[in-house]
Design a protein around this ligand. Structure first.
Ligand code: NAP
Length: 288
């Protein structure tokens, strides 16, 4: 247990609920490894209390926050400076109380592509099928286009949301994105070089479910699921049976957290340790 003194700097995660979050053990291990007199704590704040909570945490000298469900969109109008990433995605997952400013950033998309790169999965020139059009799909979609994806087909249960995200991506790179529903996707999936699931389908406790079933894939296709609990979703299990490369949501969670830590502390984050701690905690949770 970290010793807390009057000098200890505080960062944390704000959400509702927040008790499920894996960020506290991951970030506290990183802060300790860096030898910093800092602590990372969870803050549960109901949506109606978010403006008061933000002002109170700032007044109490908290250095910064991660944000999780359901606050990522609601935080955007509450920050005084939004980074280009936050403005583009319409979400804030990292707050930094920096002098007079409340800076809002989104590290989910950069964390996602950094995680892919660390696993040897390239994006440039690839034909992508992006499943889902929610908050994380916005961050992932923007990151995919910035990383040079050749085309992105967004398939979502609610098609107008997919169309809205496609319009956002086409604003970045005209003609790059199209929208579809989750049905009749087989030809698109069979031709894809990268398939990314950002829907919540397959997440614990509904781990028997999968957003789509996979046809025969191209041998160089990679399948990524940003879900990290369970560690291997049904979608990833099905893809692995075909021998294609797969990746779960752990690297994204690690790298988005590492980028936040770097913003608050100015230190290079111990990424390997963060991943190790996260995987250990996930395994403990899975074992009940
Ligand atoms: P969100 O904004 O609520 O979006 C949920 C998405 O899932 C929407 O596209 C929604 O489709 C779809 N969906 C939900 N239930 C469905 C169903 N029964 N059938 C088909 N589609 C369904 O959530 P989010 O914040 O983007 O999070 C989505 C997932 O990403 C979660 O599993 C979360 O744990 C994971 N995540 C991982 C990381 C990481 O660092 N690895 C970071 C953020 C999120 P509609 O638009 O039709 O409702």
């Amino acid at each position: 247990m970290t010793e807390i003194w009057g000098t200890t700097q505080v960062v944390g995660v704000i959400g509702h609920p927040v008790r499920h979050s894996f960020s506290p053990p991951m970030q506290n291990a990183a802060l300790a490894a860096l030898g910093l007199d800092w602590v990372y704590v969870p803050f549960d704040s109901a949506p109606a209390d978010l403006p008061t909570a933000l002002a109170g945490l700032r007044a109490a000298g908290v250095v910064g926050l991660n944000a999780t469900i359901p606050h990522k969109q609601a935080l955007l109008p509450l920050v005084t400076v939004a980074t280009a990433e936050a403005q583009l995605t319409g979400t804030v997952n990292t707050v930094h109380f920096d002098g007079d400013q409340i800076v809002g950033d989104s590290t989910d998309g950069p964390g996602f592509v950094t995680g892919l790169a660390a696993a040897g999965i390239t994006v440039e020139g690839r034909r992508v099928v992006l499943l889902g059009a929610g908050g994380s799909a916005r961050a992932v979609g923007v990151a995919l286009v910035k990383a040079g994806a050749e085309r992105v087909l967004i398939a979502n249960r609610t098609v107008p949301r997919a169309a809205e995200l496609a319009a956002l991506l086409n604003g970045l790179a005209p003609g790059v994105a199209n929208a579809s529903d989750l049905h009749r996707l087989d030809p698109e999936l069979a031709g894809a070089e990268l398939i990314v699931n950002t829907t919540a389908v397959g997440m614990h406790p509904d781990s028997h479910a999968q957003p789509v079933s996979l046809p025969a894939l191209r041998s160089h296709c990679a399948v990524v699921d940003i879900i990290y609990n369970p560690a291997r979703t049904r979608l990833l299990q099905e893809a692995a049976l075909q021998g294609v490369k797969t990746l779960n949501g752990v690297p994204m969670l690690v790298h988005q957290g590492a980028l936040s830590l770097q913003r608050w502390t100015g230190c290079a984050p111990p990424v390997a340790l963060m991943q190790q701690v996260l995987e250990r905690e996930l395994a403990k949770r899975a074992a009940g």
